[in-house]
Design a protein. Structure first.
Lengths: 249, 222
């Protein structure tokens, strides 16, 4: 895929992002960048601000200060074109959020048809293609409630992929799953990474983050406390990360 | 005066019953259309719309239907706008029904889990698309049992239209009683006919509710 931005420019960049919920400062000067094809893992304790940082990228939270740029578009601009932004960004949630009244195929074809005006036959072919990517071709006509949690999450990933996003955001996508089902979802994400998808993920799976991430951002009290390549998990520089890694596994 | 209940009386009652059904249908359709707009206005991003629709609901729910009917029939004709009993009753009932259905449907829309909105938003759907394709189909499911239940109230409340001279079931009973003077018999018949109209609706509503209970898992996957 070739895009308008040059390959050197980051796909996602946060600079000095500030965000408060009332008196509580959840993001206090957060900065990081994600280059094309890179996988960035956001780790940290509950309440460290990692999920909020991720949600800010897709404008599910508005920020109080700083800059966020996604695919060359300023997300914090007051006149940001949200529908264009969200065609570039795919997001997958902890609770899957498949549409319960639609079959898996309809879940997947809904947005390409409604947003991109894709013809039905083309959208159906696309649904088959993305479901094959997550290993669920046989569930095309099933309803979400007929699927296991792991299958639902894979279907949700397929639904996002169908919009052909330039970057995928994963918000604790395995937190609601038991270890066995977690494994099947992580395998799908691994395959995406191998295919060169740009990804930002909030995760509690340290071993997985270590294995797949190009960069790790460890957040602590709304700040980027430590950042570096995946190997940093083996030799933490700060006591907070050491403690987190020690207890995180 | 006097005499006995004869087939002509029953035919007259039957016509009244048909008008009760007709008036209920008008109130349901008119109130449904306005009520849908009220429901959407109640959750609109525009504050003025929310406030206006909220005020409408509060005022109507805080006013007896009888007073609304009097206003629509006697009140409007006193200021020069004379409506037929049918028009006045239809309009008054629609106004009344819209306030209640609007609230029932607003609640149904808002009880669709919020992450469903977010998921639809994340897929770049516009607000209208999110509403039409994702939220409303789920809200309809939630809203159906209470809506059918409320239809029972509509059917019973049409009896109040008798006070503005509209000849529905209740009024036709009064007219017959005026000549026969057999209030117990006649009003017992009328009660029975109302029951025969309402009971199937109640049963249907209960059955829908039970089916909903099973379907709830569908709405909140977790």
């Amino acid at each position: 895929m070739q895009h308008t931005t040059s390959s050197a420019a980051p796909i996602v960049s946060l600079r000095d992002v500030q965000k408060s919920f009332g008196p509580l400062k959840v993001l206090d000067g957060v900065s990081f960048t994600v280059a094309r094809g890179e996988v960035l893992a956001l780790i940290g304790r509950s309440g460290s601000g990692k999920s909020t940082a991720l949600r800010c990228i897709d404008h599910f939270e508005t920020i109080d200060g700083g800059e966020i740029t996604v695919c060359g578009r300023r997300v914090d601009a007051p006149d940001v074109d949200l529908r264009a932004l969200r065609q570039d960004v795919g997001i997958v949630f902890q609770s899957y959020n498949l549409f319960p009244h639609l079959t898996i195929e309809q879940n997947i074809t809904l947005a390409p048809r409604a947003v991109k005006r894709m013809p039905l036959t083309e959208a159906k072919a696309l649904a088959r293609e993305v479901l094959a990517q997550v290993g669920l071709e046989e569930k095309l006509h099933a309803y979400p409630e007929q699927l296991s949690g792991g299958q639902q999450q894979r279907a949700a990933i397929a639904r996002s992929l169908a919009m052909q996003p330039k970057v995928m955001l994963f918000d604790e996508v395995t937190s609601a799953l038991d270890p066995e089902l977690t494994g099947e979802v992580l395998k799908v994400i691994e395959r995406l990474a191998a295919d060169g998808m740009t990804m930002v993920m909030v995760t509690h799976e340290m071993a997985f983050a270590k294995g797949i991430a190009d960069h790790i951002v460890f957040m602590h009290r709304g700040k980027v406390h430590e950042t570096g390549p995946a190997s940093m998990l083996a030799s933490p520089q700060t006591p907070e990360l050491a403690q987190f890694v020690g207890t995180g596994l | 005066m006097g005499g006995h209940l004869n087939p002509n009386h029953l035919i007259f009652l039957g016509q009244g019953a048909l008008w009760t059904i007709g008036l209920s249908a008008i109130a349901l359709i008119g109130g449904g259309i306005v009520g849908f707009a009220v429901a959407l206005a109640r959750i609109s991003p525009l504050k003025t719309l929310r406030l206006c629709s909220g005020a409408y609901v509060q005022i109507v729910q805080g006013t007896p239907l009888l007073v609304i009917l009097f206003l629509g029939y006697f009140g409007l004709s006193a200021i020069g706008l004379s409506l037929s009993p049918l028009t006045a009753a239809s309009a008054s009932l629609s106004i009344y029904v819209a306030a209640y259905l609007g609230e029932i449907w607003r609640g149904a829309i808002q009880s669709v889990p919020k992450p469903q909105w977010e998921a639809a938003e994340g897929l770049a759907l516009s607000r209208t698309q999110r509403m039409m394709m994702v939220i409303l189909p789920q809200a309809v499911r939630i809203a159906t049992p209470p809506t059918v239940g409320f239809m029972v109230q509509i059917v019973k409340n049409t009896s109040l239209a008798s006070v503005v001279g509209f000849v529905e079931l209740m009024r036709s009973g009064q007219i017959i009683n005026n000549s026969l003077f057999e209030p117990f018999l006649i009003y017992a018949i009328i009660a029975l006919v109302y029951f025969a109209m309402c009971y199937p609706l109640s049963l249907f509503s209960q059955r829908l509710e039970r089916r909903m209970g099973r379907g709830r898992a569908r709405l909140q996957p977790a």
